[in-house]
Design a protein around this ligand. Structure first.
Ligand code: SAJ
Length: 425
């Protein structure tokens, strides 16, 4: 099929490469000209796609080409997939990217008025239920003059990429598919069946939209639960990690979640807010448990700062000008992504208390808010700090050295054994 992918980020680029690998003729579109430039020179900026995989299909023959805008010349797509961001703006859902993509697609399809009726448009971006059949469809119809379900197929298929090093790939993760008509489902499922091992059809785009949000919300709420358990365990003088390990021995009806310094990334905290916003603002039916989970998770960085301060005062070290090293800025191990990272709030909180904060994260470049320690200097510098806060447990860190050389450690990721100098959240 002729495939147009709008948005070449951590979802769109792997999808474009995979579609080209399976023989489709693909055009990848992104408004960020630097992304297009990088891809045209065969350099991938997405960890899941190696340069080799990119170049194997990016050779003109297989027809994977990259364009900065949805040109009329790409108008003869059989299926267009929208994989653009759905962030928050001032705490509210920001659908501007998907509506801009729908506008471009609508204008391109316009020249096709009452021509083809077998094309499909699929939204993959995570959003609140009702978006696909609501504003996304309305925008497509307004700019194309066509009617969804009659002149083109419309559906939703959520992305399930697991960012960072993972065994779960685009190919081996079951893909939910949906459409507004049975014929639309046949076309859309037919496409995805060529690129993933297993597709699962659901009865409507709303079911697929809600299922996706639920996948992340259930993680978000469970993480809030173990974060609250960590606070209770601390007050009880009980090790929460030992408690969780013990509970996990039950072997069934238990899923492992880890207490930590907060919930980052552009999925879990954002998707949960999409649902709580819609529940409260559109449905007048607040999702109280999810809202409470957000309060708990968002308070974790401040809790870490409080624990750090009390560890200093317990050793008669003045908080002002105390020298503190924060290890790891990214939102989770072995990624460079800072979006919504709790470590950022922890650094801000420590600086706000007047501490002299240095950070070290070999995966993150261009950090300017505090002094940065290179990983090669780390071992030698550890004894200089009054406190080391482990905020992200990158595998590149030598935590045994931290345990033996640091004077005090607040381990927010449970990577070290407890000791005289190592305290867990
Ligand atoms: N975290 C905890 N405790 C845990 C698990 C995670 O504190 O037990 C924290 C992490 O440190 C991180 C944040 O939560 O700061 C999110 O990390 P994550 O790996 O759970 O999530 P993402 O954002 O990398 O990817 C998630 C995944 N969804 C779920 O975990 C349910 C991934 O499978 C999704 O495909 C992805 O969101 C997405 O794109 O929606």
């Amino acid at each position: 099929m002729k495939v147009a992918i709008l948005g070449l980020g951590y979802v769109g680029l792997p999808l474009a490469v995979r579609a080209a690998e399976t023989g489709h003729s693909v055009v990848g579109i992104d408004l960020d000209k630097s992304k297009i430039g990088s891809l045209r020179t065969g350099v991938s900026y997405i960890e899941d796609v190696s340069d080799a995989r990119l170049n194997a299909v990016n050779n003109g023959r297989v027809g994977l080409l990259f364009s900065p805008e949805m040109l009329l010349s790409h108008a003869d797509f059989d299926i267009a997939v929208v994989t653009v961001p759905t962030p928050l703006r001032q705490g509210e859902p920001d659908l501007s990217y998907i509506l801009a993509a729908a506008t471009s697609l609508g204008l391109v399809m316009r020249q096709d008025k009452y021509g083809r009726t077998d094309r499909a448009v699929v939204l993959e971006s995570t959003t609140y239920p009702g978006t696909t059949e609501g504003v996304f469809r309305e925008t497509l119809e307004e700019h194309s003059g066509l009617t969804a379900g009659e002149h083109f197929h419309l559906g939703f298929s959520p992305e399930r990429i697991d960012p960072g090093p993972s065994l779960h790939t685009l190919e081996n993760t079951p893909k939910l598919v949906s459409a507004t008509t049975p014929e639309g489902l046949r076309v859309i499922q037919g496409f995805y069946d060529t690129i993933v091992e297993r597709t699962v059809a659901v009865s409507s785009p709303k079911v697929a939209e809600l299922a996706k949000v639920f996948e992340n919300v259930q993680a978000y709420v469970n993480i809030a639960l173990v974060n609250e358990l960590a606070d209770l365990s601390h007050a009880l003088g009980v090790d929460v990690h030992e408690t969780i390990d013990a509970a996990m021995t039950k072997g069934h009806s238990m899923a492992r979640w880890k207490p930590g310094p907060g919930v980052g990334g552009h999925c879990l905290p954002i998707d949960s807010l999409y649902l709580t916003w819609q529940a409260r603002e559109q449905l007048g039916h607040p999702a109280r448990l999810i809202e409470m989970a957000a309060q708990i998770n968002e308070s974790r960085p401040g809790y870490v700062v409080d624990r750090a301060a009390s560890m200093l005062t317990e050793r008669d070290i003045a908080i002002r000008d105390a020298r503190v090293l924060v290890m790891g800025l990214a939102y989770k191990p072995d990624v460079a992504d800072l979006r919504e990272s709790p470590a950022l709030s922890i650094v801000q909180g420590l600086v706000g208390r007047g501490m002299q904060v240095t950070v070290t994260d070999p995966l993150v470049e261009g950090w300017t808010m505090t002094p940065v320690l290179g990983i090669e200097e780390l071992a030698g510098a550890l004894p200089d700090f009054d406190l080391v806060v482990i905020a992200t447990d990158h595998n590149v860190f030598d935590f045994e050295k931290v345990a033996s050389l640091a004077r005090q450690v607040l381990d927010t990721r449970n990577v070290l054994r407890r000791s005289e100098t190592v305290v867990a959240l």
